[in-house]
Design a protein around this ligand. Structure first.
Ligand SMILES: Cc1cc2nc3c(=O)[nH]c(=O)nc-3n(C[C@H](O)[C@H](O)[C@H](O)COP(=O)(O)OP(=O)(O)OC[C@H]3O[C@@H](n4cnc5c(N)ncnc54)[C@H](O)[C@@H]3O)c2cc1C
Ligand code: SF4
Length: 473
């Protein structure tokens, strides 16, 4: 702990966002660079707690106090080693993680927590600039082959770790590009895809093979995988969206978020998508149903496309601005947040239930909704609060029900748990020997940081399964 008074003398400073009027006209990342001199001061706010709750709050167990101290002392090279020891992709989490570590930082009990996420992303970006992040190929190959199905953060983390252990890894991805939701879910303005490509180039150089347009269970048979590989990891994500089967749902102009967002991400990649295929919010009144992060991603995308108005509906009540009594530190604070997309405009409606879509010439034109209240764990409509709202584009962002069963999972016959996800034990083994599962496919809809953790854990136990022992963390 370099500066014992840092937390007393220095206030928390977070990175600035580019001006709204500038950023809604482009797709570049929202945040400005954070000055490195300021970062050292921010890192010095860390108290180097005897029991660092940040470390427990982080699903990866990142050794946060160590790198805070190393950054304060200017020892960036050591800081990246410490960061990479627990996290394969800090450049992803440093950008898109909601930072549960900050929610459990001890300073947060009675002050603002340390800006851990900013320290994290600054360390990895400095490391890339300095040329410290290089492809490192394993010295010895085991001759074992592992198939990873799905190239999201879980599949990528597992591939990186298994390759490190000397196995030959092939990642199968049904989409035309690698990355899972990092590629086609998360918009450019949250993470530019050059950041993903930079890491994928390293993985390729390290010896990981990627096969795109390879839909296991459709154009790649599960038998082929079982025959050609010594072990299989299922990391196909949680891709079955929750629907809203109310009157008018079959009207045109109502889409799932994951029908809408990937098209814009593809255009940002430079792909040609005809206007008839593209879904745009331009000159439309947009209603997003679902108040979470996916909804916020739709909101930011709709504004950049030139929507006339955007309203985001959330069924649950508006969260409090400070922690409620039943939501104490170090739990994740369930508080009202304003993401960069919310700052850019749009209305947020809470405690609202969509009842019906009305159409004109087969296309959605408006929706009917009513406000609700919750009592004794029951939701009741509030009489007299009915609203009718213009809606030319409706985006359903109400979460995901689990992995798709049809195709790969049905053909393999792996057991599914009561939550609809692939059932795994503590070692990420499925019901079929040699087949493991990780990420949203086994955990259910979650976060990038959890997917990376799951991928790392699965890699460890796959290595143990193949070799009888493992040195992977
Ligand atoms: C719009 C959106 C925004 C999000 N934003 C954030 C955020 O800001 N921060 C955050 O922490 N989390 C965010 N999340 C959640 C996060 O992206 C996921 O939890 C995480 O990506 C899960 O990783 P995964 O590797 O398990 O699966 P995924 O990222 O879903 O990747 C699974 C991959 O498997 C492929 N696949 C599936 N079946 C097959 C098959 N049979 N054959 C071949 N390939 C297959 C899919 O095409 C996909 O590419 C967001 C989610 C969404 C939907
Ligand atoms: S809990 Fe906060 S103050 Fe304590 S070690 Fe972690 S980052 Fe530093």
């Amino acid at each position: 702990m370099g500066n014992p008074k840092g937390f007393l003398e220095i206030a928390r400073v977070t990175p600035e966002r580019r001006p709204v009027q500038e950023r809604i006209h482009d797709w570049k990342e929202v945040y400005k660079d954070f000055p490195q001199e300021q970062l050292a001061a921010q890192a010095s706010r860390c108290m180097d707690c005897g029991i660092p709750f940040c470390n427990q709050g982080c699903p990866l167990g990142n050794i946060i106090p160590d790198w805070n101290d190393l950054v304060y002392r200017g020892n960036w090279n050591e800081a990246i080693k410490r960061l990479h020891a627990t996290n394969n992709f800090p450049e992803f989490t440093g950008r898109v993680c909601p930072a549960p570590c900050e929610g459990s930082c001890v300073l947060g009990i009675n002050a603002d927590p340390v800006t851990i996420k900013q320290v994290e992303v600054s360390i990895i970006e400095r490391a890339f600039q300095e040329g410290w992040v290089e492809a490192s190929t394993p010295k010895v190959r085991t001759g074992k082959k592992v198939a990873v199905v799905g190239s999201g953060p879980a599949g990528l983390a597992a591939a990186a770790q298994l390759n490190l252990a000397g196995h030959w890894v092939t990642v199968f991805e049904r989409a035309d590009r690698v990355g899972g939701l990092l590629r086609y879910g998360i918009p450019e303005f949250k993470m530019e895809k050059s950041i993903l490509d930079r890491r994928l180039n390293l993985l390729t150089a390290e010896g990981v093979t990627f096969r795109v347009n390879a839909n296991v269970g459709v154009n790649v048979s599960v038998d082929e995988l079982r025959k050609d590989f010594d072990s299989i990891l299922l990391a196909g994500g949680s891709t079955a969206p929750r629907d809203l089967p109310i009157e008018g749902r079959n009207l045109k102009g109502i889409y799932f978020a994951m029908e809408y967002l990937p098209l814009q991400n593809k255009r940002c990649e430079g792909d040609t998508i005809s206007d008839s295929e593209f879904i745009t919010a331009k000159d439309k009144h947009v209603v997003i149903i679902g108040g979470g992060d996916t909804g916020a991603d739709c909101l930011g995308t709709a504004h950049r496309q030139g929507a006339l108005s955007v309203t985001q509906f959330e069924l649950l009540p508006k969260p409090p601005s400070n922690r409620a009594l039943d939501n104490p530190w170090p739990n994740w604070p369930n508080i009202f947040r304003t993401s960069s997309a919310h700052e850019e405009g749009g209305e947020r409606e809470y405690s609202i239930l969509t009842k019906k879509f009305n159409g004109k010439n087969g296309h959605v034109a408006e929706l009917e909704a009513v406000h609700v209240e919750f009592a004794d764990r029951k939701m009741n409509e509030v009489p007299g609060t009915e609203v009718v709202m213009k809606a030319d584009l409706v985006l359903l962002a109400m979460g995901f029900l689990g992995p798709e069963r049809k195709g790969m999972l049905d053909q393999l016959g792996v057991a599914i748990n009561e939550r609809g996800n692939v059932a795994t034990d503590g070692e990420k083994r499925t019901s079929i020997p040699g087949i493991f599962a990780a990420g949203d496919m086994s955990r259910g809809q979650s976060l990038v940081v959890w997917a990376i953790r799951e991928g790392r854990v699965a890699a460890r136990y796959i290595d143990k399964y193949l070799m009888g022992y493992t040195d992977l963390p």
